[in-house]
Design a protein around this ligand. Structure first.
Ligand SMILES: C[S@@+](CC[C@H](N)C(=O)[O-])C[C@H]1O[C@@H](n2cnc3c(N)ncnc32)[C@H](O)[C@@H]1O
Length: 269
């Protein structure tokens, strides 16, 4: 399959996903693991500022955007699927959130967003770049985000880190569990490559390590559940997510962390 066909398939996947609020397992298609999503959002929330103008790139249904809206001056959610943008706008209207707006836009070209919104104090991206076809496009997306953040501003980013998935599969090798295979529309990112490009625009201010949660939910819970399949809404995941909060600053299971959050500070002032 060519990359052009890949891109069409990924877009079709998100267009279908945008048509329904929940999938067949009752989970949000944009964030199927509710406890992981909670850990990511809570980790990012601490870096928000009530005076900040924020952009949430690849915002999907806008639920996280609307959560972040409570802690900032204004936020724009951007997604390339118009149906998600419409749904997010409706949700904002229903909840009476007036400082959040939503726009259709592509992370590969954020110029129209910059033209409308100007530079932002904080950019957020949660699992957006992993939908792009290859590292070249991911690097382009990173550059686009960097150009959207004002000097001294922040980029809070949780994507899919390939080393973390390898680490989890190393652990699973010692069990009867099969390896986890990344979703076929996701291109996970090597952290070293990411950091090499990120540090030409940003300083790494912090890294929030989610390895503990991932080991508990992707290794321990599936073992406890055998022969039944693992579940994203399992009480072990909930417990692990609660405990995760206390070990985000440690390096515990960092080699199994495929979803950790980089806090990046834009160069210049
Ligand atoms: C896994 S979902 C995450 C949504 C949201 N960030 C969250 O955490 O709930 C990925 C989102 O990225 C969007 N996306 C994928 N490729 C994109 C692109 N090139 N430009 C903008 N958005 C994109 C998809 O439409 C989808 O809404």
């Amino acid at each position: 399959m060519s990359e052009a066909e890949d891109a069409t398939k990924v877009r079709e996947f998100w267009e279908r996903a945008a048509a329904s609020e929940r999938d067949e397992q009752g989970l949000r298609p944009v964030a199927r693991d509710p406890f992981l999503q909670e850990a990511v959002e809570a980790g990012m929330e601490r870096w928000l500022d009530s005076r900040a103008k924020v952009a949430d790139i690849g915002c999907g249904d806008g639920y996280s955007t609307l959560r972040f809206a409570r802690n900032v001056a204004s936020i724009v959610g951007v997604d390339y699927i118009p149906k998600f943008v419409d749904r997010a706008r409706d949700e904002a209207r229903q909840r009476g959130v007036s400082n959040a707006s939503f726009r259709t836009g592509n992370v590969l070209d954020l110029e129209p967003i910059r033209a409308e919104e100007g530079p932002v104090d904080i950019a957020i991206s949660i699992r957006c770049l992993i939908n792009l076809n290859n590292w070249d496009q991911q690097r382009q997306g990173m550059e686009q985000i960097a150009r959207t953040v004002r000097p001294g501003g922040l980029w809070l980013v949780s994507e899919g880190w390939s080393g973390g998935l390898r680490g989890l599969n190393e652990l699973r090798k010692h069990t009867t569990l099969p390896p986890i295979v990344a979703a076929k529309y996701n291109v996970l990112i090597e952290r070293e490559q990411f950091e090499a490009v990120a540090t030409s625009f940003f300083k790494i201010e912090a890294y929030i390590n989610l390895g503990f949660y991932l080991v508990m939910s992707r290794v321990l819970q599936p073992l406890v559940e055998l022969p039944y399949p693992a579940r994203h809404d399992h009480p072990i995941n909930q417990l692990a997510a609660n405990l995760q909060d206390g070990c985000s600053d440690s390096t515990l299971f960092r080699d199994c962390d495929y979803a950790g959050i980089y806090v990046l500070r834009r160069n210049g002032v």
